[in-house]
Design a protein around this ligand. Sequence first.
Ligand code: ADP
Ligand code: MG
Length: 687
Amino acid sequence: MRIQLTTPVSALSMVGSTTADRLKKLGISTVLDLLFYYPFRYEDLSVVSPIGSLQPFSTATVKGRIELLDNRRSWRRRTILTEGLVSDPSGSVKVIWFNQPFITKVLTPGDEVYLAGKVAADQYALQLVNPIYEKIKRAGETVHTARIIPIYPLTEKLTQKQLRWLMKLALSAADQVRDWLPPEIRTTLSLLTLPQALRQVHFPDSQASADAATRRLKFNELFLFLLQSKTVKRELQSAQALPVTFAETATKQFVSSLPFTLTADQRRAAWQILCDLERPAPMNRLLEGEVGSGKTVVAAIVMLNAGLAGLQTVLMAPTEILARQHAMTLQQLLAGTPLKVALLTHSYHQLVTRTCSRAALATAIRNGSVDVVIGTHALIQQDIKFHRLALAIIDEQHRFGVEQRKLLHQKGSAPHFLSMTATPIPRSLALTLYGDLDLSVIRELPKERKRVITRLIGPAQRMDCYQFISEQIASGRQVFVVCPLIDPSDKLGVKSVTESFEKLKEQVFPNLKIAKLHGKLKPREKESVMADFVAKKSDILVTTSVIEVGVDVPNASVMLIEDAERFGLAQLHQFRGRVGRAAHQSYCFLLTGSSNQKTTARLEALVTARDGFELAELDLKFRGPGELFGLSQSGWPAFRIASLFDYDLVALAQASAEKIITADPTLQRHPELRQKLDQLNREVHLE
Ligand code: ADP
Ligand code: MG
């Protein structure tokens, strides 16, 4: 069968309906999806050792002939052992697999194989335990051993071996992938072609070619993103927004009615926004502020002004829970004003605090009796019509509203735009990324906020840490445990949500209520796990980085981060921001098994740095270029592989996008690129 990009994975050999369903959960339905499912790290099994030179307690790859192979039942432990002997000219070694009796069907004595795994020693001899195995078919043609092998983010019951095997099949279609990047850019920046990059990202010939592939694929994402925002900017150039006049008296009154005094940064941010709003040119502003710095109240001040001018505001949050939380907060904040607040999501339709029918709410929004509409971003993609929409606010969204702006514009309005984020993007980077974007920054935290006590701890202190956690929970607090992975990985040691959850539940805290959360749960499941945690129905939440942005759980006081060295500083800082949001003292424990000085120095920065901005800068300094990308993700889910902190690439992508768009504003001379962008825009609509 000739494999096409559109071939469904279910048509590939060895993919039954169960496997197809599992792949679907990872977003993989076609060969094309497979190709763009990147590994998050590699294991280098490329050095093949002579059997005679194996050292105990190391990891090794050997190439040899199977001399003996048989299954044996160990009746006491109820396991099936597959034992064998493998030899090469330098010697022979015992091999043992546990509970994989089918291996005797796959391998037979006489076969030439590669084996890669841990070398153990019993009292008599060395042995390879549970090695990855691969029959040698043609010289140089290996997928699982004797090379740098890809490790994919997997869940469910899919195995690395299965995915690698499918990937190998899929790669035969790599040449059909059209490279939409103009060749002059590719050659100037010495980037790989797209098919080359795909081949090398999955099965790299060397670490250097893995890096080159990563570079090209990161460039793809950054370049398209930048090109997209530039085209949107162009389209919006002539747009007109509704000007909002500054209601000075009412604003002063509102501010003085707050239960706290605004910080100077909050005042300045509100002022900058209000000045923009007085003009008919649509504002495009990013409000950056540490987690807990009080961005919501700034938004409330702005909404108040729009509302008093008879204009509407829409606030979009990434999730339902976040939308609901905002609705509750803003409802309270604006209670003493004439503004009417509504909540509109898939499952909630509320006007003020009363539930009403969706249709009634839509009517109220259309005829202008609602001033502030809060909802998830799906909101603007629905058939909701506004009476006089002046302002759109986007909270905690990675792409800062490029798509949303475009969508609203296509619906015939060009409101002022405000994106709010807790991600500390340094000003220079923000300017590179969004030339037309103005920036307001809240650096200062409210005065009474206590600093989160941060400690770097090693495995020896784990028990003490658990003890501390149980005391915190006994005093009524809640705890987050963050792990780098969802499922146990091939390589021993890296903490996964699944393992930690089981261990905490069964061994460490059998009497506590423990929940787990990760990105592979369905949105509904995620929401209900989070809602339970907010409602204090669980004490500990074991999670991946999905908690990074979002829900406020003021009662949580401890953040324990496993294998902290696997995260970037900026990201760790975001995690830490999930605690310390109320009056009680909060703690962040960074657990690391690493004794590498550079690693600990990097993590120490979290103990010493003053704020997220300082950390974002330090993060760049510490992270060398060779860092594997999956681990350097900085929490922009829309980028699969790139991160905004890839400064050099961002700058290159920015310059390239600018050059193209200046020379060819409508991309007439770059039809493939035009097509790629149109396709991206369509995907946004379908989401
Ligand atoms: P974020 O910037 O992370 O969105 P929020 O707007 O949720 O932060 O504010 C966090 C908490 O701080 C809220 O409970 C809010 O009422 C409170 N807050 C905001 N501004 C101040 C201030 N100037 N002084 C004291 N508390 C404040
Ligand atoms: Mg917020």
